[in-house]
Design a protein around this ligand. Structure first.
Ligand SMILES: Nc1ncnc2c1ncn2[C@@H]1O[C@H](COP(=O)(O)OP(=O)(O)O)[C@@H](O)[C@H]1O
Ligand SMILES: [Mg+2]
Length: 222
């Protein structure tokens, strides 16, 4: 069955669209059939996908009540999609609740600052409360974005998340030009950004959070 992965974080600018487009583009490069749905009125994901430098199917959905039917229709596609990614706006909304409900995995990006970390903690609690109300299991993991590993703030944000036992991927994305550039190129991240995004996929794979099997190459290259 097609896996739905939603990227949610109630604090804006935390790296949702960057993380989503990087993972989706790397999976496409690996041969996966991917659909992405942008639900953010700012339409940044759509703008990236519309450049058509990464062969995937993209959709924009502005009506929250249409999101689940749209996902259901995509899940029925033949041949099936390997994954559907949903991008969300940086605030709590009915749309983000539907996006969480549709997913089996929620990734919560957080930059290394207090506002993002607090947003990540609240988002994780929100995802778990939606999951509980729906009586389903939804894995949610924080992914550190745009970090400079040499700074104290990075470590203190990580320590704060870990102290609250918020699930977090060990793989992190540093402050990289490759992530910035991909927005305008519509392509994969390049250089160190690419290797870091591959490590995220490799970790999702070995934690059995990713249904699509990209072979051993993500681990090898990571
Ligand atoms: N790892 C990173 N390295 C460099 N810049 C990043 C990184 N992650 C995000 N950014 C930048 O931060 C800004 C916000 O990221 P974006 O993905 O648009 O956040 P969101 O979708 O959560 O609003 C963008 O300018 C993006 O290029
Ligand atoms: Mg965005």
């Amino acid at each position: 069955m097609t896996q739905v992965i939603s990227i949610v974080q109630e604090k804006g600018g935390a790296g949702k669209t960057t993380l989503l487009s990087s993972l989706a583009a790397l999976m496409v490069a690996d041969g996966a059939k991917i659909a992405v749905i942008d639900t953010d009125p700012q339409r940044h994901l759509e703008a990236w996908a519309m450049k058509e430098r990464t062969p995937l199917d993209w959709h924009y959905e502005e009506d929250d009540e249409r999101l689940i039917p749209t996902v259901k229709a995509l899940k029925g596609a033949e041949p099936p999609y390997d994954a559907i990614f949903i991008d969300t706006a940086g605030f709590k909304s009915a749309m983000s609740i539907y996006a969480i409900n549709a997913a089996s995995l929620v990734l919560i990006p957080s930059k290394a600052n207090e506002a993002d970390a607090k947003g990540a903690m609240r988002t994780h609690a929100h995802v778990q409360s939606v999951a509980e109300s729906m009586d389903k299991t939804i894995a949610s993991y924080v992914v550190m974005m745009d970090i400079d590993s040499h700074t104290n703030i990075t470590q203190s944000v990580i320590d704060a998340l870990d102290a609250q036992t918020i699930p977090r991927l060990e793989a992190m994305c540093g402050h990289r030009t490759g992530f910035k550039e991909m927005t305008s190129t519509g392509e994969l991240p390049t250089g160190p950004a690419k290797r870091e995004a591959q490590k995220i996929l490799a970790e999702l794979q070995y934690k059995k959070l990713l249904d699509y099997y990209g072979g051993a190459k993500w681990q090898k290259s990571a």
